[in-house]
Ligand binder design. Structure first.
Ligand code: PLP
Length: 268
């Protein structure tokens, strides 16, 4: 191939089990046809049963990874996932500013405010939540919280679409250009409704709920599929719609692996 592909950068943690984090992001970037680059923030010790611990990467190394790849190859879009500590969040905020990434620049930044694994294992130190609100949200082109993250960030408990709209408005007050409030955790509903809003345009994206326990890495995969489509030049509503189609297919193709929760899969 002599044509240079579009590029996407993920700033996130490693999952030794290969289901979520950096590994899911790279797999998704590849499946969506963009060149993936990484700035690793933390290394988790993890398998299908849960996260057994993690070590954060020193902040100067996180910043150096972002600088090295954006200064040389350039990024057409970027996303953040697991950031672990307030110090890493502050470092990432200033590194993306320097690289010209984020809401105030031409390169979109998707912020997935990862706080815990689906097993409830923490992936963010408690005191770092405030840094997500104040340092990252104002720089984000899109934020993609699930309902647990919405509650942590806004104090709102969401149980239906009306409340999803209120949560979207509360999150927009924190400064991102677009918000995607993911409704996948409303397990009573036969459908997964995600609400995309920039305060003016409000879009409900609906798909049937697929009955599988194997959804490890689902949030990362959706956020990185959206990032890949933004890198390819899609506008936000089209990138989110394409990301949603992608994750739906990944959930259908998910597979059991290990004793616990298997990963969503981009193999088809
Ligand atoms: N490990 C890492 C490094 C992650 O970034 C994430 C999610 O963002 C997880 C684990 C948790 O994934 P899940 O909640 O799908 O199990």
């Amino acid at each position: 191939m002599s044509r240079t592909p579009r590029t996407a950068l993920t700033i996130a943690g490693s999952d030794s089990g290969g289901g979520a984090g950096i590994q899911a992001d790279l797999r998704t970037f590849f499946a969506c046809g963009v060149h993936g680059m990484t700035a690793i923030t933390a290394v988790t010790v993890q398998n299908s049963v849960g996260v057994h611990g993690f070590t954060e990467i020193p902040t100067d190394v996180v910043a150096a990874q972002i600088e090295a790849v954006t200064g040389d190859m350039g990024a057409d879009a970027a996303k953040t996932g697991m950031l672990a500590t307030a110090e890493i969040i502050t470092t990432v905020a200033s590194a993306v500013d320097k690289a010209g990434i984020g809401k105030r620049h031409d390169v979109p930044l998707v912020v997935d405010p990862v706080a815990a694994s689906m097993h409830g294992d923490p992936l963010l130190r408690e005191e770092a939540l405030e840094a997500i609100r104040t340092e990252l949200f104002p720089r984000a082109t899109l934020v993609t919280p699930n309902l647990d993250e919405v509650r942590l960030l806004t104090g709102l408990s969401v149980t239906d679409v009306t409340e999803q709209r209120k949560a979207a408005d509360a999150l927009l007050e924190l400064g991102p250009r677009w918000v995607l409030v993911k409704g996948g955790h409303m397990t009573d509903s036969p459908e997964c409704v995600d609400l995309l809003s920039d305060g003016t345009h409000v879009v409900e994206l609906t798909c049937p709920r697929h009955d599988t326990p194997h959804t490890h890495g689902g949030g990362d995969t959706l956020a990185s599929a959206i990032t890949a489509h933004l890198a390819k030049g899609f506008d936000m509503p089209d990138a989110v719609a394409a990301g949603k189609k992608f994750i739906e297919r990944c959930v259908i193709e998910s597979y059991p692996l290990g004793e616990g929760v298997g990963p969503v899969s981009p193999f088809w």
